[in-house]
Design a protein around this ligand. Sequence first.
Ligand code: CA
Length: 257
Amino acid sequence: MSGFLVKEGAARVARDPLERAMPERILIVEDEPTLVATLRYNLQRQGYLVSVASDGLQALQRAREERPDLIILDLMLPELDGIEVCRILRQEMAVPIIMLTARDEEIDKVVGLEVGADDYMTKPFSMRELLARVKANLRRVRLTREEAAAGESEPRPAPPLAFGEVVIDQARREVRKRGVPIPLTPKEFDLLVFLVRNRGMVLSRDLILERVWGWDYAGETRTVDIHIHGLRAKLEDDPANPRHIVTVRGAGYRLEP
Ligand code: CA
């Protein structure tokens, strides 16, 4: 049975002219042929170069050889499941990973600390929404790369962002606490930079979603909570009683320097 529906037919999402300079490469990891065919067709129509892996081991091999710009990774796969694939790739490369899950309960685990996917979609999903997420994730990576490149040519680089004993090097996308490097997922890093740049201000979950995830999607604020949880676990001395990344009840989050 195919758990997949394309509600609005073949979706079309406008692309930036700048994006056309070099086609971005997307690896689809999925074992359901109908879904693979639909994804491939729609992504190619948007101008992306697409390759496909149909099981977990093949996914690792393709990702290592091809170094894609983005991976769409199904959770239920033969050989090695999507959670294991994501966990392994996370340690090897900073590629954005959009996870496809069949059930809502899996989301915490998938987006959370344990696995570290950047984004997820629950089946059945809308192709239009998936294309928007692909685009948003690729744009975020491209902007960061451009910022880093611009930073390198500056004679005097901006001072690193910091709070408490945490220092953020934006050009290198590195975070250190008391001098010790702290590995963050790409989304955790972007969220942290956004919080620190707006330190002292109450930031609503919707605003955070819009600015960090870049999509207008009011129903998905749990994603923000899960990433906040991840940042606290990695950066706070006592994650259960955070001193820096604090919750403002009924309003959102605030970074206390
Ligand atoms: Ca599957």
